[in-house]
Write a protein that binds this ligand. Structure first.
Ligand SMILES: O=C(O)CCC(=O)C(=O)O
Length: 251
């Protein structure tokens, strides 16, 4: 389903928009049916890069949109692609996709960051957005995402690389920058049901806590880049699983 002008305006003002029940129960079931294979697979065999928690549990699986048909279809879903094109006011290609799995009791924190805090170093402009589809219920206890409406308009917050908190090198906002900008009362948790989706701007600060619940919290995130915003050469180019070198317009 397309967006109204008012919804587009809300996205522009708040930096994100949540669409409830964007996917049907059957569509969610088809995606979830692939999760065991995605978690149990191996990059050498299936081409999908994986990151793990310190516990060994899978934290992320990259590139299911290239290798797994239901996820390939999801990335081209008309209720996603239509709004993406309107937001970018152009065609898009896929920068990367990732299944973010926060397994029950094991899934760990994502420190506050903006995605463009990473991507500015990849030689692109901030003409990008992410669509995050909930595959499980996201509750206050299982590490749902947090955002601050309108914060995509804050000045670029200072980021640094955190290599201590999790197994994963996180490019995150420094604590002094967070103290200067973030107020408790402005934080909104992104809770919801499987099939709900959040569209969010690459400059929107976001983060999420540890999964303290018996429920896993899995989400699938597809990052779309304006087809005219291909990466310029940089000193340390990152691999194709995170900065795609495939620029095929998605449609
Ligand atoms: O899964 C989450 O809660 C946040 C993930 C995230 O921010 C990211 O993958 O960049």
């Amino acid at each position: 389903m397309g967006w109204t002008e008012a919804e587009l305006q809300q996205y522009r003002e708040q930096g994100f928009l949540i669409r409830r029940s964007l996917l049907s129960a059957d569509e969610v079931a088809a995606l979830n049916g692939q999760v065991p294979g995605l978690l149990g697979g191996d990059e050498a065999r299936d081409g999908m890069h994986r990151e793990r928690e310190r516990s060994g549990a899978i934290r992320q699986v990259y590139l299911a949109h290239r290798h797994c048909p239901p996820y390939r279809q999801l990335a081209r879903h008309p209720s996603i692609l239509g709004p993406v094109r309107r937001i970018l006011d152009n065609d898009a290609y896929i920068w990367h996709s990732k299944l973010n799995t926060k397994e029950a009791f094991e899934g760990t924190v994502w420190l506050w960051h903006t995605d463009y805090g990473y991507w500015q170093h990849d030689g692109v402009d901030p003409r990008m957005l992410t669509v995050m589809v909930l595959l499980d219920r996201a509750t206050p206890y299982n590490g749902s995402m947090m955002v601050v409406p309108g914060s995509h308009r804050w000045p670029m917050l200072e980021h640094h690389a955190d290599t201590e908190t999790t197994s994963y090198r996180q490019w995150c906002v420094t604590v002094p920058a967070l103290k200067a900008h973030l107020r408790e009362e402005d934080i909104v948790p992104v809770t919801g049901e499987p099939g709900d989706a959040m569209f969010f701007d690459c400059n929107l600060p976001h983060g999420s806590g540890h999964n303290m619940s018996p429920l896993p919290r899995r989400t699938f995130l597809i990052v779309y880049n304006d087809s005219g915003n291909k990466p310029r050469p940089v000193a340390e180019p990152r691999p194709d699983w995170v900065v795609a070198r495939e620029f095929e317009v998605v449609g």
